[in-house]
Design a protein around this ligand. Structure first.
Ligand code: TYD
Ligand code: MG
Length: 458
């Protein structure tokens, strides 16, 4: 016998409770529990061990399964996807409001449509006129995209089933979609999950590449249940500071390719321009060395990118609590590095405000950035510039050791290519990473050695 029980689903993390609470017991968000369609709970055990159909097992090397990809014509988009769109796959694209998701997808759809394949763009957020205005601003109004403003998944699927399946279907956004078979307003967990399920099923059955735009919450995760991330094949995030020009398309999950490649774009007056060689974008371009500035050779997939890290330290006269503000790096990691500098190197930041900024709106995630941040902080504190044309990389442990990181040779080689003369990094077993003869590499074993190094610079 089946009985129904009320259940409440957290709109932030998707966890289920059986009574309403003001705060979600799992993710601690307030006012996020919403009553969901009741789940049927069986009070009797069902025996599932017989009565089904036999399934056929297959060998792993079944012939004829070749992964085909369709390039979009936007090379940076293809690169982040791992080589292009896979027919029959579902991609979830998240990103802050106004970052350029709709612009990017309209440009990609236009490229594919102009190359002769059918593309469908369904906007649930904007009226068709608004999308048309954007298209004319992008000078893409002549692209044969099938555009519609709709939010009912039943209407969308009914229409799609009357025509040949398109190569690309864009749904902008999944939070605006609505299914009449599910209770609840658009954007609730059950609606988002149900609509995504139906759209993904259509895409898989018809070999359509489906892109779902997903809203992002305050803390940067895609709004709605985490299950959405499990349901799709690829999760991408479009990042950047809205006040800056550069945008980075990163894949966070990819069932068909690597997740460490990025696509780099610049938002201009006529949409997103591709940036094929981003290595120098995130440098300030200043020749004079300045106190508090260090250059970090980051690696994004196979591409090296040099990034300037800037630190500012302001001594406080009064006993007010000093501020710590970070743009482009992890707050917790900065607190850790400051603690290591205090405990292991005898520096004192306790009565100083610390500001850290990564140039160009870039967001650093590579742990090898520790040493560059440390160098910027020490240089700012001592008010002495770091050696001219130097790069810094290495991971710092709680004991203050500088630990080896991946691809040091690649980092050094690229820095030398871009005119940098010396590098400071982890002590390596051998003489250091293979570097061009004009490039000086100095291994640093302890963070304290870095402090000596900076203090010795005049
Ligand atoms: P949009 O694609 O609407 O962002 P999202 O879908 O992620 O919310 O992009 C909106 C921003 O991009 C808007 O603030 C203006 C800017 N923009 C340009 O700078 N140039 C352009 O050509 C276009 C179309 C947008
Ligand atoms: Mg949009």
């Amino acid at each position: 016998m089946a009985k129904s029980k009320k259940r409440y689903v957290c709109q932030a993390c998707g966890s289920v409770s059986h009574r309403w609470q003001g705060q979600c017991p799992d993710c601690a968000e307030w006012n996020t529990l919403v009553e969901d369609a009741p789940a049927t709970i069986f009070s009797q055990k069902h025996d599932l061990s017989s009565g089904g159909r036999a399934i056929a097992f297959e060998p792993l090397d079944a012939p004829g399964e070749v992964l085909t990809r369709r390039t979009t014509g936007l090379a940076e988009f293809d690169r982040a996807l791992g080589g292009g769109l896979v027919p029959g796959s579902a991609i979830l694209m998240g990103g802050d409001p106004g970052i350029g998701k709709s612009t990017l997808l309209l440009q990609a759809a236009a490229k594919i449509a102009k190359a002769g394949s059918e593309t469908v763009y369904v906007s649930g957020e904007e009226a068709a006129g608004q999308v048309r205005l954007r298209a004319s601003r992008l000078e893409l109004a002549d692209a044969p995209i099938r555009l519609a403003a709709a939010t009912s998944v039943r209407d969308i699927l009914t229409t799609l089933n009357t025509m040949a399946p398109p190569a690309l279907l864009v749904i902008d956004s999944i939070q605006t979609m609505h299914s009449d078979t599910i209770e609840g307003a658009p954007g609730t967990v059950s609606q988002v999950r149900g609509c995504a399920f139906e759209l993904i099923r259509y895409a898989k059955e018809n070999g359509v590449a489906l892109v779902l735009v997903g809203h992002v919450t305050k803390d940067g995760t895609i709004a709605g249940p985490r299950v959405l991330e499990h349901m799709v094949d690829v999760v991408m995030s479009f990042e950047g500071e809205r006040s800056h020009q550069y945008r980075i398309l990163r894949s966070l999950k990819n069932r068909f390719g690597p997740v460490d490649e990025i696509g780099v774009f610049a938002m201009a007056g006529q949409g997103l321009d591709e940036v094929a060689n981003p290595s120098m974008l995130f440098l300030s371009g200043r020749d004079e060395p300045m106190a508090g500035s260090a250059v970090f050779p980051a690696l994004e997939g196979t591409r090296p990118v040099l990034i300037e890290v800037q630190a500012l330290i302001v001594r406080l006269q009064s006993g007010a609590t000093p501020r710590r503000a970070v743009v482009g790096w992890d707050n917790g990691r900065l607190a850790m590095l400051l603690a290591v500098l205090e405990a292991r190197c005898g520096l004192n930041f306790s009565s100083a405000e610390v500001y850290l900024n990564v140039a160009g709106g870039y967001r650093l995630t590579d742990p090898a950035a520790d040493l560059a941040v440390g160098a910027a902080l020490v240089s700012a504190l001592a008010d002495r510039p770091l050696p001219a044309k130097s790069v810094w990389f290495g991971e710092v442990s709680l004991a203050g050791e500088v630990r080896p990181v991946a691809h040091s040779t690649l980092r050094v080689r690229e820095s030398a290519k871009l005119g940098f003369g010396c590098g400071f990094g982890p002590m390596e077993d051998k003489a250091g990473p293979a570097s061009p003869s004009a490039f000086r590499y100095r291994g640093i074993r302890q963070l304290a050695n870095l402090v000596d190094q900076v203090m010795a610079t005049t």
